[in-house]
Write a protein of this length. Structure first.
Length: 322
């Protein structure tokens, strides 16, 4: 290993999820720091909504109405959330006190059996909102710490909610909050905003469609909340899983043995952003010459508070080796 590789590698929930999907994808994204030049529409929409919610709970103005490159539907959705969320959840400030907003979490990854810390990896993440209840919410005792985790989705069906019951990210966050604050997080309130399933009509202009989507977001059926209680069993299982994941990642990294997973190349009816690289005999040339990729600091959302391996965004030409 070179000197840089001896530094601890920060593992986020996204990084682990990516590694489990395809270790080659993990290599491109988190070790090489290569990303598509253009963010996907769902990513842009999700980021804009998260930025809005951060400003809402911090009681600050929100200016990000003009996220570049959004479709009329994406713009209408974000505008509709900004218009309607305060009417749906304006009484949140009576239900709970805000403890933390968009807070970075970090810590060592420990072997649950021996208590020994990993020398190769540490944990990093960023929670949406941590609150302390001050009024009756479901059957949560008043005065409890609760994570409020926001998600946008196209379909809040039974499968969606079942998956959230096993949400690994919030289990990890609850563990690291407990370590930091010496207090248990009793559960997660999932704050889900559902996109309207409507399409642009042939007779409709972009502006008319954007407005129709914005109006659709005034419907209260687009806003959902469900509370999931966190048991000790679930919390401990997540820590064991985290330890095992860091072992697997460390082993693969030591061997440089990143493998392709062709069954993940077209997940969710979408081609993986690295398909052009994996499909090429000269991926470095594709990176340099195609204009499809740029370098981005892995885990850049955690910058400032967690030390990560790469310098902040660099010129691609200086970092790609042949
Ligand atoms: S294109 Fe397929 S093999 Fe390559 S990184 Fe993506 S999922 Fe993995």
């Amino acid at each position: 290993m070179d000197k840089q590789s001896k530094e601890k590698l920060v593992l986020t929930n996204s990084a682990i999820k990516t590694f489990k999907t395809c270790s080659m994808k993990y290599n491109w994204r988190y070790l090489r720091g290569i990303v598509s030049v253009e963010d996907s529409e769902p990513l842009k929409v999700g980021s804009a909504v998260h930025e809005y919610l951060e400003s809402f709970y911090k009681k600050e103005p929100f200016y990000n109405f003009a996220t570049p490159g959004l479709s009329p539907k994406g713009r209408g959705f974000v505008e509709g959330v900004v218009d309607s969320y305060p009417f749906q959840y304006g009484n949140d400030f009576d239900l709970f006190d805000i403890v933390e907003v968009e807070k970075n979490l970090s810590g060592s990854i420990k072997n649950p059996a021996s208590g020994r810390s990993s020398r190769a990896c540490s944990f990093g993440g960023k929670l949406d909102l941590l609150v302390r209840t001050k009024a009756k919410m479901e059957d949560i005792p008043i005065g409890s710490l609760v994570l409020l985790e926001s998600k946008t989705t196209s379909r809040a069906d039974d499968n969606f909610w079942e998956q959230l019951k096993m949400d690994y990210q919030t289990l990890l966050y609850a563990n690291y909050i407990r370590q930091e604050k010496k207090e248990k997080v009793v559960g997660v309130m999932f704050n889900v905003i559902e996109k309207p399933a409507i399409r642009q009509k042939k007779t409709e202009t972009d502006a008319e469609f954007e407005d129709r989507v914005r109006m659709a977001m005034a419907d209260e059926s687009r806003y959902h909340r469900k509370f999931v209680r966190l048991t000790s069993h679930k919390l401990n299982s997540a820590l064991l899983d985290l330890w095992q994941s860091q072992q697997q990642i460390t082993r693969v990294r030591l061997l440089g043995n990143y493998t392709k997973n062709p069954s993940a190349c077209h997940n969710y009816f979408k081609q993986c952003e690295y398909y052009q690289l994996c499909n090429s005999e000269r991926p470095e040339k594709v990176i340099m010459n195609s204009g499809l990729y740029k370098l981005k600091q892995a885990n850049s959302e955690l910058m400032d508070e967690v030390r990560v391996r790469f310098p902040v965004e660099q010129e691609i030409a200086t970092a790609v080796s042949f």
